[in-house]
Design a protein around this ligand. Structure first.
Ligand code: NAD
Length: 495
């Protein structure tokens, strides 16, 4: 993907007219109350637009429209091949609008626009194509039943799926949930995070243009308690697909229990260990990967935020990680050379800074630690590293969700496993070693949904992604994603 200049992105930003209305039944509409909230760019604090502030009435309306579309079969009963064609068209449309989408994402939540444009969004187009292509290649089963009986085992669409997503990768998270759900034939209601509604609304525009019938896909912008909670508690929603914090994820389990026992799939927080053994082949490459903890301003659930280094290489390795981390100096997200943009908003920035203060009290600050003002915004934070962290420290236990790395040290393999597993989370873990047997032993011992050996945080549409323990239960991506949006049905036929 070619590099666009700062001037180019700045000019394009002034020309944009982002959508701000809710999308229900194929139309952009005001919230039922007429209320709208101010959506601001965290990198400048400037107003981007007013966004519909939906509530219970909008939720009820969207659920009834989605249910009616599902029952009418306008999408749910179309053949998998027809749904595939529509979703492949959607992938082309996302590709067509890549510049606009990258810019909307950057203005909404502060990420570097060129990174979104060159890497994240082109990858995302492949996700859409992959889910689209999969849906007419999945076969059902026939059980080995007694002679004269046929036992069919089919997976059918669940019905109405509500997807509630966070702000760190707004369109990625929306696509990971909504596209497999749609491919499987469901109706979908998407609630984007209040900080980042713009690409969800643009997605609605493209989904309609691709040919998904009215009412099948709906977007309700607004706040968690006003939109997420009524969706969670709704008696006519069949499935909740949530990505966000562990705290809110637990609420979704209780929404399900309090209402209709709807399926509740959770992708929640993380505090992923990255273990570096003395026998690592290429320490420099490992250090460069370890410094990626600052990628996306550190606002990544699966980021390797606990660096656990064997004593023999600890000091030399730490020096290398510090050197590589300096590349993530905060800058204007519209500058194509910027690798780290602004935090999502002032509130989150304050929360990350309060963790940095706790870190200063319990460990040694070896890089960064400061809030930075760029232009008219104070929402930037330097890449920050603490050494001398021990497993009991707050900054070794709690998810910070910012550019903050906690470095611990160990002597034996058993100690490394103990430290790595000493967490309420279990999303991702990395191990660097040249010893194949050790790599397998570690992979078996680490309690994480994904273990990466000699790399960090690899993600692909072909491979399941999700957590153990309080990082969640479901799996996004791969054919396993369809298990969340379909239910098993058995049919006995006697002949
Ligand atoms: P969050 O939990 O605050 O919000 C996520 C979504 O839930 C938002 O749309 C929000 O409006 C909604 N919400 C908030 N309160 C609610 C309530 N009471 N009832 C219903 N809905 C409510 O998370 P966030 O701050 O947007 O995102 C950061 C978190 O997301 C981090 O913990 C991060 O680890 C996690 N995350 C996890 C994954 C993963 O795949 N495991 C991926 C990205 C982010």
């Amino acid at each position: 993907m070619s590099i666009r200049s700062l001037d180019f992105w700045t000019r394009r930003a002034t020309e944009l007219k982002p959508d701000g209305l809710a999308f229900i039944a194929g139309r952009f509409v005001q919230s039922a109350s007429g209320k709208a909230y101010e959506n601001r760019n965290p990198a400048t604090n400037g107003l981007i637009n007013l966004v519909a502030e939906c509530g219970q009435v909008d939720v009820d309306g969207a659920v009834s429209v989605a249910r009616a579309a599902f029952e009418a079969g306008v999408w749910s009963r179309r053949s998998p091949t027809e749904r595939k064609r529509v979703l492949l068209r959607l992938a082309d449309l996302i590709e067509r609008d890549l510049e606009t989408i990258a810019l909307l994402e950057s203005l909404d939540m502060g990420k570097p626009v060129q990174v979104a444009f060159s890497y994240e969004l082109p990858d995302l187009v492949e996700y859409v194509r992959w889910f689209a292509e999969s849906i007419d290649k999945i076969y059902d089963e026939i059980a080995p039943a007694p002679r004269g009986n046929l036992a069919l085992i089919r997976r059918e669409a669940v019905g109405v799926v509500a997807a509630v997503v966070p702000w760190n990768f707004p369109l990625d998270m929306a696509v990971w949930k909504c596209i497999p759900a749609l491919a499987a034939g469901n109706s979908v209601i998407l609630k984007p995070a209040e900080q980042s509604p713009l690409t969800a609304l643009h997605l609605a525009r493209l989904i309609a243009e691709a040919g998904v019938p009215d009412g099948v896909f709906n977007v309700l912008p607004g706040f968690g308690a006003a939109v997420g909670q009524p969706l969670g508690l709704h008696m006519d929603v069949d499935c909740l697909a949530f990505t966000g914090s562990t705290e809110v994820g637990k609420r979704f389990l209780s929404y399900s229990a309090q209402s209709n026992m709807k399926l509740a799939w959770l992708e929640c927080g993380g505090k992923s260990p990255n273990i570096i053994f003395d026998d690592t082949d290429d320490l420099d490459a490992a250090a460069e990967l370890a410094a990626r903890v600052h990628y996306n301003q550190g606002e990544i659930c699966s980021s390797p935020t606990r660096l656990i280094v064997q004593k023999g290489v600890h000091d030399a390795f730490l020096e290398k990680v510090i050197a590589h981390s300096r590349a993530y100096a905060p800058g204007n997200p519209l500058d194509p050379n910027t690798l780290m943009g602004s935090m999502v908003d002032a509130e989150h920035c304050g929360r990350v800074m309060s963790y940095i203060e706790k870190g200063r009290a319990e460990a040694s600050l070896v890089l960064g630690g400061n809030r930075v003002t760029i232009g008219s915004s104070e929402n930037f934070i330097e890449p920050t590293i603490f050494a001398g962290v021990t497993p009991g420290h707050i900054i070794a236990q709690e998810e910070i969700f910012g550019p903050v790395l906690s470095v611990l040290s160990f002597e034996t393999e058993a100690e490394a496993v103990r430290m790595a597993n000493d967490s309420i989370y279990g999303l991702m873990a990395s191990v660097f070693t040249s010893n194949l047997s050790r790599a397998h032993r570690m992979s078996e011992s680490l309690r994480a949904g994904t273990v990466a050996v000699n790399t960090v945080d690899l993600i692909s549409p072909l491979v399941p992604f999700g957590g153990m323990r309080q990082s969640g239960n479901g799996r996004d991506n791969s054919l396993h994603a369809f298990e969340k949006y379909t239910q098993m049905k058995t049919t006995w036929i006697k002949f």
